[in-house]
Design a protein around this ligand. Structure first.
Ligand code: ATP
Ligand code: MG
Ligand code: MG
Length: 554
């Protein structure tokens, strides 16, 4: 039996259950900031939290961490909801950190009253200087000794916007000599007069992540709050703030634990960097099929099952690693092989004329799928005629030994059809092949039962009848970055692949005209393709999801 992939986060929960936690206490959350679209890294966090929810039948909240009005938008909220649903997960409740602004404010006032917070009125550069360094202690702000009364009055003025933005912040009074730099009187609130996507202009002060996150976890009774590894040093502060909640003694606190981020080869997983790619026009949008966003992957034709299998396979280990994009593609192929109907499409056409095929005899050919898979062809019948397109690369004028395609004097079988033999070519003045002339063996039709139909030839080619061919735009995608690890590069924009998108005009068999956006297809012998969201019946557009085999394709 296959070994279960490691998941130390799941083990933490298991241990807690043996050490006094009740199953009914378990509650998880996925806390995106609505400042961009979700990427494949987020999928790891989503799977961690939602699979625990599934395993223990425990609630999982979707909490939008919307504490920064400068970057957050409704559009992002909607896209995040859509992407989580697409992955097949459903949250038990949707909440927003902004739901708790009043409670957070009230608790901040408590901290001030108890001497745990003060208003600092220095410029931020000075405060940064006073922080010191990991090897030298910081120095106290001259405002650290402000009276409770003065702090309360100033904090109230900050809240009402009666003082200048940037002139004051509220800081926790902890220890300017703490070894953990985050404990050196961290900022709890800053002033911002921007409109918030939900609370509008109500608030002129906004809580910082550290102040908001643990308190929201507490309010929602989250049992386990899983964050990525860079939040490990924040855990001390997370607990310090929780301890200041009135009445917390004896109550079980939410528990922050950390797991490594997912890194994927050939791409960057950071909303900031992805936003930059859009701003610089490298890609068209968040859902550009080259983007490692969930919406980009959906539009590229990746399936939720493939993503789930990929995330499961890499597991949740303690150390950070890099997953190969080829592993994700492996799971994409595996899933699409099971679900994508086969069709014939010619991407780089060369015209083939079958000189002895008489027009009056035109027929439909029966196409059967191979025996190895249960997925049928999109259509059972494909019109055949005297002129067909085949792939340019399937014909070689001077063929070499390994070549199983068509060449002068050589035979191939047309998929579902006849054995043909190339007789000659017509070229233009540039020596480019315009047409290939062939003859066919009328007795060799596949499945007709004649001895000729059972004759073995080396190659079988896909084809599309010229007269019935439907033109289609095909978008061929490659990795967005030529570097395998652009996320470690000083400037990730230097290794952008100029050939990450190539658009070509192809021909598909007529049944393909009826496909709908989002449908998956296998173009026989070529790869997996999906119908783009911009595709129309009279203007078909296909995105290449992945080639048929690693390293193959156009
Ligand atoms: P980004 O740097 O892309 O903006 P973020 O961590 O700021 O990422 P959030 O919206 O705050 O983005 O993330 C929501 C949740 O997803 C958090 O719990 C975060 O830790 C997790 N997450 C984000 N990126 C990754 C990743 N690459 N691998 C695993 N989990 C991630
Ligand atoms: Mg974050
Ligand atoms: Mg971020």
């Amino acid at each position: 039996m296959k070994k279960e992939p490691e998941n130390f986060i799941a083990n933490i929960v298991e241990e807690d259950l043996t050490e006094g936690y009740q199953i009914g206490e378990l509650k998880f959350r996925f806390p995106p900031e609505p400042n961009g679209y979700l990427h494949i890294g987020h999928a790891k966090s989503i799977f961690i939290n939602f699979s625990l929810g599934r395993k223990y039948n425990a609630p999982v909240f979707l909490r939008f961490d919307d504490t920064n009005p400068l970057r957050e938008e409704k559009e992002f909220v909607l896209s995040i909801e859509k992407d989580i649903n697409w992955l097949g997960f459903h949250w038990s409740k949707e909440t927003f950190a902004s739901d708790y602004f009043q409670q957070l404010y009230d608790w901040a006032v408590e901290l001030i009253k108890n001497g745990y917070a003060y208003v600092d009125s220095q410029p931020s550069a000075i405060m940064a200087e006073q922080k010191g360094s990991p090897i030298s202690p910081g120095i106290n702000s001259p405002f650290r000794t402000r009276t409770v009364q003065e702090n309360l009055e100033l904090f109230c003025k900050m809240k009402n916007g009666e003082v200048l933005e940037g002139s004051h912040v509220l800081r926790a009074k902890i220890n300017m000599a703490a070894e953990n730099m985050l404990m050196r009187d961290p900022v709890m609130y800053r002033m911002l007069k921007n409109n918030h996507h939900r609370t509008g202009s109500t608030w002129k002060i906004y809580p910082m992540y550290d102040w908001a996150h643990g308190q929201c976890d507490f309010i929602e009774k989250i049992s386990h709050s899983f964050a990525t590894l860079e939040f490990n040093p924040h855990r001390e502060l997370y607990n310090w703030f929780l301890d200041k909640i009135p009445g917390i003694e004896g109550v079980r606190k939410p528990k922050q634990r950390e797991f490594p981020r997912l890194n994927l080869s050939h791409t960057v997983l950071s909303k900031r960097k992805l936003a930059q790619l859009i701003e610089n026009g490298v890609v068209a949008s968040w859902d550009d099929p080259r983007m490692p966003t969930l919406s980009g992957m959906r539009r590229r034709g990746y399936t939720p099952a493939a993503i789930e299998n990929f995330i499961k396979e890499i597991g949740v280990t303690k150390r950070e690693g890099v997953a190969e994009i080829s592993l994700l593609e492996f799971f994409v192929r595996e899933d699409l092989n099971k679900i994508a109907p086969r069709v014939m499409a010619v991407l780089n056409p060369v015209k083939l004329v079958i000189t002895n095929y008489l027009v009056e005899k035109e027929e439909d050919l029966q196409i059967h799928s191979g025996s190895d898979t249960g997925v049928p062809f999109l259509t059972k019948k494909t019109p055949f005629s005297r002129e067909i397109y085949i792939e340019e690369k399937d014909f070689q004028e001077n063929s070499s030994g390994k070549f199983y395609g068509l060449a002068p004097g050589r035979e191939v079988r047309l998929k579902g059809g006849y054995i043909i033999r190339a007789e000659g070519v017509v070229k233009d003045s540039q020596d480019k092949i315009l047409e290939v002339y062939c003859t066919y063996d009328p007795l060799s039709r596949s499945g007709s039962g004649t001895p000729e139909s059972n004759r073995k030839v080396k190659g079988t080619l896909h084809w599309v009848s010229v007269k019935h061919a439907v033109p289609a735009e095909v978008r061929l995608y490659e990795h967005l970055f030529t570097s395998t690890s652009p996320y470690t590069d000083n400037d990730f924009t230097t290794s952008i692949n100029p050939e990450s998108l190539r658009v070509i005009n192809a021909f598909v068999e007529p049944a393909v005209r009826e496909v709908q956006s989002g449908e998956h297809l296998q173009f026989l012998r070529t790869g997996y393709f999906v119908v783009d969201k911009e595709s129309r019946r009279d203007n078909l557009i296909f995105n290449r999801t992945v080639s048929l085999r690693e390293g193959s394709g156009y």
